[in-house]
Design a protein around this ligand. Structure first.
Ligand code: ZN
Length: 145
């Protein structure tokens, strides 16, 4: 999935679990595990598009802006805001592999060739990510500190 989708869902999980009193280390484990589970859901990745570099620059910048927005504008504690970036961070694996050449080996389990990575066409594949992002924004605003 897109980094932005992972970052927003990571922020939502962090908000919900932190409000429920979970410790930071358990939240960290959950947001990384969420990355693996979300990569199972059929989705559309821009790595198959004609402009993967442009999409990825926008995606990474949007992710950074979301982190800054919850940290500085919503005044979340730094560690809690960071959980969004932590959830998206395994996708650096994809960037590094692309830079090394399209078929380079990836490190994160849900990026391995043997992993049943979810794929779909753009209509479902973008729609499901927009739905996850919308639900995540609601959770961030409702449950955030
Ligand atoms: Zn991923």
């Amino acid at each position: 999935m897109w980094v932005t989708t992972h970052v927003l869902s990571g922020l939502a999980l962090a908000a919900l679990l932190s409000a429920a009193g979970w410790p930071w280390w358990a939240i960290l484990l959950v947001v990384v595990l969420a990355h693996v589970l979300m990569d199972l859901v059929p989705h559309w990745d821009y790595t198959v598009s004609r402009h993967p570099l442009a999409f990825s620059v926008v995606d990474f910048l949007a992710s950074l802006l979301l982190f800054l927005a919850v940290w500085l504008a919503l005044d979340w504690p730094f560690w809690l805001a960071l959980m969004g970036l932590v959830s998206g961070s395994p996708d650096w694996d994809v960037v590094v592999a692309e830079l090394r050449g399209g078929d380079a080996r990836k490190v994160f389990p849900s990026h391995w060739k043997s992993f049943p990575h979810g794929r779909s066409g753009p209509v479902w594949g973008i729609g499901v990510q927009v739905a996850i992002m919308a639900a995540s924004v609601v959770a961030v605003l409702a449950a955030g500190p």
